[in-house]
Design a protein around this ligand. Structure first.
Ligand code: ADP
Ligand code: ZN
Length: 721
């Protein structure tokens, strides 16, 4: 009799054993369908010795596997990666497996599906809901449910529109092959510096071995062009490349750029895909047919059949850290995947993380440098504006110097970018009479006013409320004031100052899909936009040659709070947004508004001396035993009942093992003390680098029990403090 150990796609379950029925062939990695109670669930066959089961069942009580999916088995390197990730981040292996199988939706057998799109026929009279649906769907296509979600209406509204001929069905097959990128198409002439770096990368791809490489080049130095040469090499060898980007908003411009270089777009993988696209992409990735995949974090665990190269673009970005579910860092897992797959991993960044620089300093990562911008473009000049000496008029946020620079830029018919990392109109609404502040009922966060959509919104849980007319506390009318600026408020100020200028707000509210991002890029390139006002979303990767002025509205914002990485992150953010200026023939100028012109971050940016800033930051981390010299892990205890969260967290704290080289702090309220209606307490574990802190935590928590309503999650190498 043959039995198989199966890791099922249910994070609450450990692996279970099954009987392999006569005539069925399985091996480790086979993707199978297995019975569980009255249901059936997908899972993957695993080596029993690598996946201990605590539910050993005798042969006579085993249930039969139902079937084997007609897709390639998960290869050993990916299985090792799943085990490693589960171990390192203290997550259930099944939760990691889910990411590899894309929640199994890709396994579904159907080869064709019916999707829907607008016909272009718009009936004369439409209910507001139907009108809203037609407007929001626009060019998009998808299942009824997908369109309903996009349009924020019920399925019935979509079906109604099908009935009256405004929406029509289309058959989509998921087996259409992807075109093969052409490595010779649109190859650029590289500068000598670029050629040297590209040669080394090509060599690394040819070597078919693990090689972590930091591609460290100033903004606009041609990092993308250079790593494209490595991608070309992998394509020639018929091997797959994965390019990870920090945001889905960046995929669309990337696709365009890729097509200009390789003649075809690569396969895109992100959360905005329709289900049929997801299925098609997953299958092509698993079969090895998809030669280049570009995607956000979640593309990291896909079952590439024949991986030859991994690129992490903008590798310093904090959005590579996942804060929900499996709390992993995609940059670090990418390096591990490179190790298991024996392929090179390129980390591209103009502002690498201190952790990454330290790996270079220790000789564990190789470094390739591009010191100058491509094609004679110069680095922008950076000038601080002292908000105390040169303040904006009352109730305004742009200092006179910045306004003057904007005026000149517009006169020269060039484009400008104003950066403020705050969505919405105002971060806080306050009652002038009684001091009441609008707070989210579910989270420790203010309700942020969004004037464009006329709502107050919580940026953590999404809770919405209509804009209040009177204060709920004292009932006073006309007493509510918006405090502080968000991008919408800056846009108002710009509109008042420059009524003829065309402006655009760029945040995750306005660029919520790759299509919207593409539209924005198109308008910038066609110079239909004069002034962009944006959050961190605009700091990344964009290349607009006519953009010559950048204004940082509040550079002190990032420095507040006791975050370990605050200074580093602030430096990276401003250097990145500054890097959008003067990328073409015209020189760029950056103005940084600040109340602290002497802050090390500002001085480093102005002098261009990043090296001493990094050296000082690195030293202070070393001194504090902070990453990368020591390690942290957060143990987050949450419950809907505050006292339950506190009591449990204290009990866990009291049972902390005494281990040489490890301290446990807290519990204290977590960085977000309340999130989505759950109170969160955190214990912070600080340990020496060499200590196997996961093992300690696993044994520590493994021996404990807590009430049903309590959740305990571990955040290894946390990003929020
Ligand atoms: P980075 O990623 O380092 O910021 P990019 O790769 O975006 O830099 O390059 C900046 C701009 O210069 C892009 O428009 C790119 O196409 C162009 N560029 C860089 N190197 C070359 C080259 N060798 N030939 C032609 N254009 C180049
Ligand atoms: Zn909230």
């Amino acid at each position: 009799m043959s039995r198989a150990r199966v890791l099922l796609l249910n994070a609450a379950l450990g692996p279970l054993d099954y009987r392999v029925p006569y005539g069925m062939a399985v091996e480790p990695g086979s993707i199978v369908l297995a019975p569980l109670g009255p249901r059936q669930l997908a899972g993957v066959v695993w080596e029993p010795e690598r996946m201990p089961s605590d539910a050993e069942v005798g042969d006579n009580r085993l249930r039969n596997l139902v079937s084997v999916y007609d897709v390639p088995p998960l290869a050993a390197p990916l299985r090792r990666l799943i085990e490693w990730t589960a171990n390192y981040y203290l997550a259930p292996p099944a939760a990691v497996l889910r990411m590899a199988l894309a929640s199994a939706s890709a396994l579904d057998g159907a080869r064709s599906v019916t999707e829907y799109r607008l016909t272009g026929h718009v009936p004369d009279r439409l209910t507001p809901q139907r009108a809203q649906a037609l407007e929001r769907i626009g060019e998009r296509q998808g299942l009824v449910r997908e369109l309903a979600t996009i349009a924020d209406v019920s399925d019935g509204v979509i079906r109604g529109l099908v009935k009256i001929g405004a929406i029509e069905p289309v058959e989509v097959t998921i087996d259409d092959p992807y075109p093969i990128p052409d490595p010779a198409f649109g190859a650029p002439d590289l500068s000598p510096d670029q050629t040297a770096a590209a040669d080394r990368l090509r060599e690394a791809v040819k070597a078919e071995a693990f090689a972590p490489i930091l591609l460290d080049g100033v903004t606009g130095s041609g990092k993308t062009e250079v790593y494209f040469e490595a991608v070309a090499e992998a394509i020639r060898a018929g091997r797959q490349t994965l390019v990870l980007l920090p945001e889905i908003a960046l995929t669309e411009p990337f696709l365009k750029r890729f097509a200009a270089r390789f003649g075809h777009v690569p396969v895109a993988w992100h959360s905005d895909l329709r289900q049929s696209q997801r299925r098609r992409a997953w299958r092509a990735i698993a079969s090895g047919e998809a030669l280049v995949t570009v995607g956000a974090r979640s593309a990291l665990f896909l079952p590439y059949r024949n991986l030859g190269l991994i690129v992490v673009d903008e590798a310093h970005e904090t959005s590579f850290k996942q804060e929900d579910g499996v709390m992993y860092h995609a940059r670090d897992v990418a390096v591990m995947r490179g190790q298991f797959e024996q392929v090179p991993v390129i980390l591209a960044s103009a502002t690498p993380a201190i952790e990454t620089r330290q790996m270079v300093a220790q000789g564990r990562y190789e470094e390739l440098k591009l010191a100058a911008r491509h094609g004679g473009a110069t680095m922008p000049e950076i000038t601080p504006i002292d908000l105390l000496a040169d303040p904006p008029p009352r109730g305004r946020w742009l200092a006179p110097t910045l306004v003057a620079a904007l005026t000149e830029t517009l006169e020269r018919k060039e484009q400008a970018l104003l950066f403020l990392n705050r969505r919405g109109y105002a971060p806080l609404t306050l009652c002038r009479t009684c001091g009441h502040r609008f707070q989210c009922p579910n989270c420790t966060a203010w309700m942020v006013e969004h004037r464009l959509v006329r709502r107050l919104q919580c940026h953590h849980c999404g809770h919405l409320m209509p804009p209040p007319r009177a204060c709920p506390e004292c009932n006073e009318e006309d007493s509510l004031v918006a405090c502080g600026p968000g991008v919408e408020r800056i846009a108002d100020e710009v509109a008042a100052l420059f009524p003829d200028a065309a402006t655009a707000i760029v945040t995750s509210d306005t660029l919520w899909s790759p299509a919207k991002a593409a539209e924005f890029v198109g308008k910038m390139e066609a110079r239909e936009i004069d002034i962009v006002i944006g959050t961190q979303l605009v700091t990344k990767g964009y290349h607009f040659p006519n953009l010559t002025l950048v204004g940082v509205i509040d550079s002190d914002l990032g420095l507040s709070g006791g975050d370990l990485r605050a200074a580093e992150r602030s430096f990276q953010q401003i250097a990145q947004v500054a890097g959008r200026a003067g990328r073409g023939e015209k020189p760029g100028h950056v103005f940084v508004q600040t109340r602290e012109t002497k802050a090390p971050v500002i001085e480093a940016l102005v002098s261009g001396d990043a090296a001493s800033f990094y050296a000082a930051e690195t030293e202070s981390r070393r001194h504090a035993g902070a990453p990368p010299f020591g390690r942290y892990a957060g143990i987050i205890v949450s419950s809907e009942q505050l006292d339950e969260a506190v009591t449990t967290a204290r009990a866990i704290g009291r049972s902390a093992p005494r281990v040489e080289g490890m301290e446990v702090y807290g519990p204290a309220p977590a960085p977000l003390a309340m999130l989505r209606g759950r109170h969160r307490q955190r214990l912070l574990v600080h340990a020496r680098r060499a200590l196997d802190v996961q093992d300690v935590i696993r044994k520590w928590l493994g021996g404990l029990e807590w009430p049903r309503g309590v959740r305990v999650a571990v955040d290894v190498d946390p990003y929020s403090f």
